[in-house]
Write a protein that binds this ligand. Structure first.
Ligand SMILES: CCCCCCCCCCCCCCCC(=O)SCCNC(=O)CCNC(=O)[C@H](O)C(C)(C)COP(=O)(O)OP(=O)(O)OC[C@H]1O[C@@H](n2cnc3c(N)ncnc32)[C@H](O)[C@@H]1OP(=O)(O)O
Ligand SMILES: Cc1cc2nc3c(=O)[nH]c(=O)nc-3n(C[C@H](O)[C@H](O)[C@H](O)COP(=O)(O)OP(=O)(O)OC[C@H]3O[C@@H](n4cnc5c(N)ncnc54)[C@H](O)[C@@H]3O)c2cc1C
Length: 666
């Protein structure tokens, strides 16, 4: 039986101070009591699977051993999940995603199978194609990934070089990688795990190019797992993080696949080679839109993990005296520490709330597309791009801030903050590089601005541009609602400035594309400001909506958090607000005080708030952040697992150090 340890006394006191019901907030964050129960039940089953416990911490394993261990555990996880789902409901993707951390510690080699391979078959396959591949993919009789990026191109996917040439005689496509830059590079699980992949390639029929399309391709023998003839596949090697994700490369040499393997929900190639255009060629990019929406949820979770570790640690850790002769204080009582950490809690809530409405907007667009309606697609694309970009970047900054807030111990691998950072920072690049996605949104914003000038009705997320054009700037008040309007004024002002800058360059004789490039720093700033306005507006509206259905004590805390988020960003962007809104220097002085008041109000609830994220110790994997707060004991226990501590004298002493020291003797 596992030993039950006493909970750290500081944490006990912190939990006693909490003014709201932690369980109620957990249910709210999970989306209902049933979801929490399902999650806990599944996590509990995993906790008791002996084979999932690592004897040696993964960090001490070699690259190869680490991968093999990850595959072993992922297979066990999948079997446990299958058994669970046989008896009960299918687990929600968020709950599976969370539980995965308790097992893999880093990124699963199956990540892309569930994250993009299966969703692409659903989103891009015809009903017949789904009937053929979905059951096998869902049961994991075939394992796949999403192979789009190449050595030469990740962002500019119209420039991909892998070719799929249709041969009408045999009704096959012939896949080729003409140059080294055409090799697929990065797909998760591609290295040595998957036997199938979605390959995105340039379609050629009778020498004519028809743009990029997705193809389902078997790359390895299902029995021997050997690469099929014409396939060159392997792993790309160690990275900054993603140690067990098994990212790979892939090249094709005259590799033939049947015609039915082109996913044809949107565009089709008929037997005789006739190309049938889809409703909108950008629907081929559909899986990316879905994943960008999901990354907002991932960002919320990574921020919650880092906040949990750093807040609990800050409650346990004592360092320095505030006043002479008094005991050393808990570091959480330093206001600067609260400034670093409470925004992490509020940010996680902001992203969770944003994900809730963004996911609904995504589902609505998918439903509309089923009815051949695509009116809301451009707005969804613009929103998913800027919110993916901003949430992943903010999460990266916050995770690093939480690491720094843990001082030296935050640098220990056993704090788990380095792995969380490796994951979070990758999301800033994958699924659309940060700047590139902001520029996609800017493209939409420029069009929206032109429509606003023409007096047209705008989509809800940009309707503030019309209000801004119509009205004088509102009289400033330090209320959340007026501040949100202020963020919209900043966004509108920056959108106008970027638009005017492009026009100025065009008038000076530049091509529109060059003018765009010359204005692009302003364009990304406009996109960031738009994102911030959307985040603050959405978070405030969702909080007002949920506050009426929760207990008054919880509503009060949620209100503190949303205010903190809004005031924090007001102070961070005060310069912009002074330029573009009616805020005055005196208002900013008042808000500085308000911010300090909010930190004080949140202080007694800090530990309760991170407890409410309900991230188990198995998922958190952190010596600094465990529920019981046994920080020092755990640090020492983990250190003792170092292979270097297994023998009193390491052989390198006899081999190198001893002769070296002898030689050095005077
Ligand atoms: C619930 C929790 C579960 C958790 C569970 C998590 C699991 C989560 C696992 C995933 C783990 C991932 C791991 C990394 C996996 C990779 O990284 S996969 C590879 C991802 N790659 C990328 O994202 C590539 C980024 N590049 C692009 O998307 C495109 O090249 C760009 C940048 C959008 C440009 O495309 P383009 O064809 O050159 O288009 P462009 O000329 O710029 O624009 C033409 C028009 O198309 C529109 N357009 C462009 N894209 C779109 C679109 N997607 N839709 C609609 N319209 C579009 C433009 O707005 C524009 O409209 P107009 O202004 O003309 O009206
Ligand atoms: C951990 C990880 C996992 C991944 N998993 C997968 C996967 O499973 N499947 C897959 O297909 N891919 C995957 N990728 C690839 C990923 O999608 C690409 O790396 C990403 O889309 C960025 O493309 P790139 O690498 O070509 O960057 P580049 O486009 O070369 O970016 C380099 C720089 O150029 C700038 N730049 C590029 N174009 C423009 C522009 N138009 N305007 C202004 N600036 C520009 C960028 O801002 C950036 O600063 C993964 C990547 C990582 C890091």
């Amino acid at each position: 039986m596992a030993t039950v340890h006493k909970i750290n006394e500081d944490l006990v006191k912190e939990r006693q101070k909490c003014t709201f019901n932690v369980q109620e907030l957990t249910y709210l964050l999970d989306g209902g009591e049933e979801v929490t129960k399902e999650r806990r039940e599944f996590e509990n089953i995993l906790r008791n699977v002996k084979e999932l416990q690592d004897e040696v911490p993964e960090v001490y394993l070699s690259h190869k051993e680490r991968y093999e261990n990850a595959v072993r555990k992922t297979c066990i996880l999948q079997n446990v999940r299958n058994d669970f789902e046989k008896k009960r409901e299918v687990l929600s993707p968020r709950n599976i995603f969370r539980a995965g951390y308790a097992v893999i510690k880093d990124v699963s080699p199956f990540f892309l199978h569930n994250g993009m391979f299966v969703p692409t078959i659903i989103g891009q396959g015809t009903p017949e194609q789904q009937a053929e591949w979905l059951p096998k993919a869902k049961a994991m009789a075939i394992i796949g990934t999403y192979a789009q990026t190449e050595l030469g191109h990740g962002t500019f996917i119209r420039g991909l070089e892998t070719t799929a040439t249709y041969d009408a005689k045999t009704e096959e496509f012939i896949l080729n990688s003409p140059k080294v830059t055409s090799y697929k590079w990065w797909p998760g699980g591609l290295g040595t795990t998957v036997n199938h992949c979605i390959t995105v390639a340039q379609l050629y029929i009778n020498g004519k190019k028809y743009g990029i399309h997705p193809f389902i391709v078997q790359i390895r023998d299902l029995e021997t797992h050997k690469p099929l003839p014409g396939i060159k596949v392997g792993e790309i090697g160690p990275k900054m993080g993603f140690a067990t994700a098994n990212n790979g490369f892939l090249g094709f040499q005259n590799f033939r696949i049947p015609r039915k393997n082109m996913l044809m929900k949107n565009a089709q190639v008929l037997k005789d080679g006739t190309f049938v255009k889809g409703m909108n060629e950008k629907l081929t990019y559909g899986t990316m839109v879905m994943v960008r929406v999901n990354i907002v949820s991932d960002s919320a979770f990574h921020t919650a993990m880092a906040a949990t570790i750093a807040v609990r640690y800050a409650a346990v850790r004592h360092q320095s005296q505030l006043k002479a002769k008094e005991p050393e204080v808990q570091i959480i009582d330093y206001l600067t520490q609260q400034h670093k950490l409470f925004i992490a809690i509020a940010t996680s809530h902001a992203f969770s709330n944003t994900y809730t409405w963004l996911y609904q907007a995504y589902l609505k667009v998918v439903e509309d597309l089923g009815k051949q309606k695509q009116d809301h697609l451009p707005e969804l694309h613009a929103l998913s791009c800027c919110l993916k970009a901003t949430s992943s970047r903010d999460a990266g900054v916050i995770v690093e801030q939480c690491r720094l807030a843990c001082g030296g111990h935050g640098y220990m691998a056993s704090s788990n903050l380095p792995i969380i950072y490796g994951y979070t920072t990758a999301a800033i690049t994958y699924e659309g590089e940060h700047t590139v996605l902001l520029l996609q949104t800017a493209r939409y914003l420029m069009k929206a601005w032109m429509s606003a000038l023409e007096g047209k009705v705008l989509a809800p997320s940009v309707a503030y541009l019309v209000d801004w054009l119509k009205s004088d700037k509102q009289r400033w008040q330090n209320t959340p609602e007026v501040i949100v309007k202020g963020f919209q004024h900043v966004a509108a002002g920056k959108i106008k400035d970027a638009f005017d800058a492009i026009q100025k360059h065009v008038k000076a004789g530049k091509d529109y594309e060059d003018a765009w490039n010359l204005a692009s720093v302003q364009l990304i700033k406009a996109s960031e400001a738009h994102s911030r306005a959307i985040l603050c507006d959405g978070y405030l509206r969702e909080t007002v909506r949920t506050s009426s259905s929760v207990s008054p004590s919880l509503a009060k805390v949620l209100n503190h958090l949303v205010q903190l988020y809004i005031v924090y960003w007001t102070l961070e962007t005060a310069g912009d607000l002074l330029v573009y809104s009616n805020i005055g220097k005196d208002d900013i002085a008042v808000l500085k005080e308000k911010y300090e008041e909010l930190l004080a109000l949140i202080r007694p609830n800090a530990v309760g708030l991170v407890d409410a994220f309900d991230i188990s110790d198995e998922i958190l994997q952190s010596t600094l952040g465990s529920y019981d707060g046994r920080v020092y004991e755990r640090l020492m226990e983990e250190a003792m697992k170092s292979p270097l501590n297994k023998e009193p004298v390491n052989q390198s002493f006899h081999k190198y150090l001893k002769p070296f020291i002898k030689k050095a003797k005077l």
